[in-house]
Design a protein around this ligand. Structure first.
Ligand code: H79
Length: 431
């Protein structure tokens, strides 16, 4: 054996798990900062929760063993035939809403897979529909400039090897085998990463008993396949560890707190359920815009969820609402996309964003005839209302007094652009 060969062998052995140091130092290095910054700049995406459960109108995952008996739930896929599914129409709806990315449930807690997976028969390939929803949707998104990402539930209440089961992940299965489940999960994640092009994000959910010992090597594996992928904070249970998980936090059904250090994304439903429910209560345009403005103002992204119907269409009234949001973004998009939150922290009156030497005040509720804000260092050289209109600013050492006449105010959100003589990023966050 040559010396070179012996050294090579040594390197190979030393890097195999059996010879490696204990897992204590194993950490997830995270996505490259440029990749996280790119994801952050997108600011507004579409979340989609879909599957055979839409046939019942009950909540995805959670209704298994509750509103719908388990055996009945698990047979729904045999009649899932969404013949009106049109990936281009979904991508066009996201585009019309001003959304820049899309994340779809490839597998929720109920275990059903929206793509034909090699490692299970509980998937779209075994439905009467039979088409690869992920293939069609990822292609449609790419064609219309929408970045594509995948949601994948870590917990799987259907798979016999995942230790927890329905209802609500509260039961324990006799067939539990976390090593076997880890192999299944890894095989599936690999399919997602190798079949559907570069993914913007992997959005994991509800890890339950899936610990960091499994999760960290799994996340490293997927970063190895796609170095620029951004991963959320739910890939594994962080229990008892102070470490932050993944690249961003995920406040759910609420706008996140102002935070410019740790990236975050609010996920929220446009109605009340994640999955489609007939006559579910739809948020008003005002609610949607306020949520978007307060999220951007807190320096977060917004992933707004729709649950398509069992026939494959997104409900027309939801499409209409999304188009209204897109209309608003046509005139106000510069105050959202590519911005950062602050410098004025979100408060009763509204929220602020900035880009370069411009601050955007999202005045959602005028506190009276004028809005009073704390002092900033740079000088305001100009004030205007986005979409047309006049605004006036008085600047003193005490602060800013901002005014817009009744005619210049807008019903939902008066966005006032303040031009400064210096970059706004240099201003520390102000209460
Ligand atoms: O996929 C969506 C949810 O199904 C999932 N995350 C988002 C993205 C989620 N997992 N856990 N939770 C949400 C929190 C659990 C909320 C619950 Fe309930 C409250 C479970 C039981 C009570 C919501 C309300 C579901 C059933 C009733």
């Amino acid at each position: 054996m040559t010396r070179k060969f012996a050294v090579a062998l040594l390197i190979i052995f030393a890097s195999t798990p059996a010879f490696a140091a204990p897992a204590a130092e194993a950490t997830d290095p995270g996505a490259p900062p440029e990749a996280v910054q790119h994801w952050r700049s997108l600011r507004f995406g579409m979340f989609i929760h879909w599957g055979p459960v839409s046939l019942t109108g009950h909540e995805i995952g959670w209704s298994r063993g509750r509103q719908t008996p388990i055996d009945e739930y698990d047979r729904l896929y045999k009649r899932f035939n969404p013949t009106k599914f049109d990936a281009d129409a979904w991508a066009a709806t996201a585009k019309a809403a001003g959304m820049t990315y899309l994340v779809i449930t490839t597998k929720h807690h109920d275990g059903f897979c929206l793509w034909p997976s090699d490692v299970t028969d509980y998937d779209i390939g075994e439905t009467p529909f039979g088409r690869d929803v992920l293939k069609e949707l990822s292609t449609a998104c790419r064609a219309s400039g929408i970045e594509f990402g995948t949601y994948y539930s870590v917990c799987d209440w259907h798979h016999p090897a995942f230790p927890k089961g329905s209802p609500a992940g509260k039961t324990t299965k006799p067939t539990a085998d976390l090593d076997a489940y880890d192999a299944y999960l890894r095989a599936q994640v690999k399919e997602l990463l190798t079949r559907y092009g570069p993914l913007l994000v992997l959005w994991f959910d509800v890890p339950q008993v899936y610990t960091a010992d499994y999760g960290i090597p799994m996340v490293k594996m997927l970063r190895g396949l796609q170095p620029n992928i951004v991963v959320n904070n739910r890939a594994y249970a962080a229990r008892g560890r102070k470490r932050t998980v993944g690249d961003f936090d995920t406040p759910e059904q609420r706008v996140g707190r102002f935070d410019r250090d740790r990236p975050w994304e609010t996920c929220m439903t446009i109605c009340r359920q994640w999955a489609w429910k007939p006559d579910d209560r739809l948020k008003s345009l005002e609610q949607c815009i306020h949520i978007l403005a307060r999220t951007a103002g807190g320096d977060g992204n917004l992933l707004l969820n729709v649950g398509p119907m069992p026939d494959g269409r997104i409900e027309p009234r939801q499409v209409d609402r999304l188009k209204e949001i897109g209309q608003w973004l046509k005139t106000h998009g510069e105050s959202i996309y590519g911005t950062r939150g602050g410098p004025f922290k979100p408060a009763e009156w509204g929220a602020s964003t900035h880009n370069g030497s411009r601050i955007y005040l999202h005045v959602l509720k005028w506190p009276g005839e004028a809005l009073r804000l704390p002092a900033i260092g740079p000088r305001v050289t100009k004030a205007s209302v986005l979409g047309g209109g006049k605004a006036e600013v008085e600047q003193t050492d005490q602060g800013l007094v901002v005014r817009a006449g009744e005619a210049d105010r807008q019903a939902i959100d008066t966005v006032i652009a303040l031009d400064l003589d210096a970059p706004a990023a240099g201003i520390q966050p102000l209460p």
